[in-house]
Design a protein around this ligand. Structure first.
Ligand SMILES: [Zn+2]
Length: 466
């Protein structure tokens, strides 16, 4: 009887060994048919987390480097992706679900509004953190049509349909105060016939309305008559409150208003011809403008003479080299500073009258710096300069020694109240000098006066092409 337990023990061991062999056998058989063991056939991955397809392999019956994985998983986008694990003849498909299981983290802010503003749930959100796009809605059907204090419940839902419920305070008030209008201390002063931008330095603010309207009432201003006037700024908010602010302005007499004026302009000088041009201008007692460069400093004394005679010296650039002056806005302004300094040395004045080489409409600058003319034409004026193109072309730039008759024909064909004639002052343009008397005589007989350009003179501007 004592032997019985021993027998049991032996049997138990045998069963155990048999089971172990069976299990090993089955496992081995299983692995023979499934030589790649993966963690799961469907894997859930949180959005934006790191995911490596090779980390999903638990065991390979063989060299794990021979497992090929097809397919891609973009963990930055929600969705279901498929990966295909291939090992020799064996294939196993695994679904990867990129999901967002974390609810948005929301910080709200309270809101104080007038009765007009649309109340959107998103208006109460100060900060929202979530891996996916979040939409907001009110937890209850809200009616904000009466003034008062509301506690609003907002539900933020992300693309994984996780929700965060939060609340904020809304204060609805009747807006009874009009907007505030402010402007700089700058005096509004302009010449008769010109119309400045009255709103340029005016700002308007309202306690509730982010876009209050601003209008100018100039019904008390007689633009035809020089004098002191008052204009009224009128601001309105969306609740209908109105604010008025008056501002005084002065219209100055404009001597040029009813005059027909020719502005003779000579580019690229000084040159050996400057002296001859000045002599002709003297003979006819007319004034002109020289847009000069720094290329022939030996004639600079003539610029001093021209200035003393009442002609204007303008800036045409120091080098007149398109490739360098139009290589960048910095290069342009460096060059402009050089010609400005040169002219200042000669006439002791800081000149701000400019003519662009090629005019503002030139397209050559495009090959050196796209859009540079668009930038320069604006920034020059912002810096207090004015640039002068022309509205009448003598044609003397189209070649050297163009017959004087041709130049006269071109330069006398223009008809407008203000005429700015483009001519050149260089050694090679003798025929320009020859044509000059006839050009002056023509416009004199038409009743024109000849003036040197000033900063607020008529400034023809071409269309900018670059
Ligand atoms: Zn030029």
């Amino acid at each position: 009887m004592k032997k019985q337990p021993r027998t049991y023990k032996i049997r138990y061991k045998r069963v155990f060994f048999a089971a172990a062999i069976l299990f090993t056998g089955i496992s081995f058989l299983y692995l023979l048919f499934h030589p790649v063991l993966l963690k799961a056939s469907t894997i859930e991955v949180e959005i934006n987390s790191e995911f490596k397809p090779e980390d999903q392999i638990l065991f390979v019956l063989g060299d794990d480097k021979e497992v090929k994985i097809d397919g891609e998983v973009d963990t930055s986008k929600l969705g279901e992706y498929t990966l295909n694990y291939k090992f020799h003849q064996y294939q196993k498909e695994v679904k990867i679900k990129v999901q967002d299981t974390k609810a948005p983290s929301i910080t709200t802010k309270n809101l104080k509004t007038d009765m007009i503003q649309d109340i959107e749930p998103a208006s109460f959100i100060e900060k929202c953190e979530d891996a996916t796009e979040v939409t907001y809605h009110f937890a209850n059907q809200e009616d904000f049509s009466k003034p008062g204090r509301y506690e609003v419940q907002i539900i933020a839902t992300d693309q994984g349909k996780n929700e965060t419920k939060t609340s904020a305070i809304l204060e609805r008030c009747e807006d009874k105060q009009g907007p505030t209008i402010e402007h700089s201390d700058k005096r509004i002063e302009f010449k008769q016939g010109l119309l400045p931008d009255f709103l340029e330095d005016v700002s308007i603010k309202d306690d509730f309305d982010e876009n209050p309207s601003l209008d100018t009432d100039t019904s008390q201003v007689n633009f035809d008559q020089p004098g002191d006037y008052t204009l009224i700024y009128i601001g309105r908010d969306r609740s209908g409150n109105e604010t008025q602010k008056t501002r005084s302005l002065t219209i100055l007499k404009n001597e040029e208003l009813n005059q027909k004026i020719v502005y003779l302009t000579f580019d690229d000088g000084p040159s050996k011809n400057t002296e001859r041009i000045l002599k002709i201008l003297d003979q006819y007692d007319v004034k002109a403008t020289f847009f000069v460069t720094g290329n022939q400093p030996s004639y600079n004394d003539w610029l001093k003479v021209a200035h003393e005679k009442g002609h204007t010296i303008g800036l045409h650039t120091f080098t007149h080299d398109f490739a360098s002056v139009y290589s960048s806005t910095d290069a342009y302004y460096d060059d402009l500073r050089k010609i400005q300094d040169m002219v200042k040395d000669i006439i002791s004045e800081e000149v701000k009258l400019v003519r662009f080489p090629g005019g503002s409409s030139n397209t050559i600058s495009k090959q050196y710096s796209p859009k540079i003319m668009t930038i320069l034409t604006k920034s020059l004026q912002d810096k207090g300069y004015q640039y002068f193109d022309w509205n009448c072309d003598s044609g003397d730039a189209s070649g050297n020694n163009i017959p004087a008759d041709t130049l006269i024909q071109n330069a006398t064909a223009c008809q407008s109240q203000y005429i700015n004639i483009l001519m050149h002052d260089t050694a090679a343009k003798d025929t320009t000098v020859e044509a000059l008397p006839k050009i002056i005589e023509h416009y004199k007989s038409e009743g024109y006066v000849f003036k040197a350009i000033e900063i607020d003179s008529f400034a023809p501007h071409h269309g900018v092409n670059n």
